[in-house]
Every structure is written in C-alpha cells, then in structure tokens.
Design a protein around this ligand. Structure first.
Ligand code: NI
Length: 153
C-alpha cells in the first residue's frame, strides 16, 4: 500500500477522458488499494484514478466512513444505465479543488452498471449520498469538475 500524490485543478490529467480498463490484473488491484489508502488519508469519500494521475476508468467511494462504518465500493468501467428526471441540489467538495465548495444539481437516483477489481459485473440503483458521489466521480472519468456545473458557495 502506498499513498499516491493528488492532482489538482489545472492539471491536464483531470481534463482527459479516461480509458476503459481492459485487464483485471495485479496492477489494477494495487492501484485500487492505493487509491483507498489515499482517499481515507486525504480525507475524502470518493477518489477517481485521474485524481492520482492515472487516466483509467476507475474510482473508489466510501460515503459512510466519516459517520459510521466503512462501506467501500470499487467501480471499474462504470456507466449510468438510467437516471431520475428529478434533480436535487447538494453541496459538494473535491479533493482536487481544496478549500472550496459548490452547490451541484444531480439526479435524485441513478441506476449503474460497473465491474469490480476482479472483473465481475454489478448493477445497482443509488440514491442520496451514494448517488451524488457516484455522479461526481463518474464526472472525473469524463474530464468534468464541479467548477464546470456547480455554483460556488
Ligand atoms: Ni472530485
């Protein structure tokens, strides 16, 4: 396990469209465990691979650990398969944009499909903090930051 260096707004890696993962190998397993370590140390609730300089379609989340027990989830090659038409506005922060907060509109639920670190497929419907975090991190894989569509508080 190793702490990875965070990349900050202005770094071109945050603006690229990340590449799908093709091999579910030891390198991916190491990247994911290092991303979790880096996320918990930051401290944050989500971290996408471009935020540590890796342009791959991978992110990790744990939306409960600051308040309760850990619920870590690994998302590889994630996609939204359906989303609510209704949106709600919540306040978001980003490890790549320190000391700032933005109000961002997100769908109130999303249905998602993704793979885990071993390549197994998963599907779920997320709402609340997990939906917000999923959408925020998925944006990172497409080069989108909350500065683009949020309103600074
Ligand atoms: Ni972020």
């Amino acid at each position: 396990m190793a702490l990875l260096n965070l990349r900050f707004d202005g770094d071109p890696v945050l603006r690229g469209v990340a590449v799908p993962v093709a091999s579910f190998d030891a390198g991916l397993t190491t990247l994911i465990s290092d991303m979790f370590e880096t996320m918990y140390a930051a401290p944050g609730r989500g971290l996408a691979a471009p935020q540590v300089g890796v342009s791959s379609r991978v992110f990790v989340t744990d939306v409960t650990w600051k308040d309760a027990k850990r619920t870590p989830i690994v998302f590889v090659n994630p996609e939204i398969t359906a989303r609510a038409e209704e949106t709600s506005i919540g306040t978001e922060a980003c490890l790549s944009i320190p000391e700032r907060a933005f109000d961002v509109a997100r769908p109130v639920w999303v249905a998602a499909r993704w793979r885990d670190a071993q390549g197994a497929g998963h599907e779920a419907r997320f709402e609340g903090p997990q939906a917000i975090c999923f959408c925020h991190e998925l944006d990172h894989l497409n080069g989108v930051l909350i500065t683009d569509h949020g309103v600074e508080r």
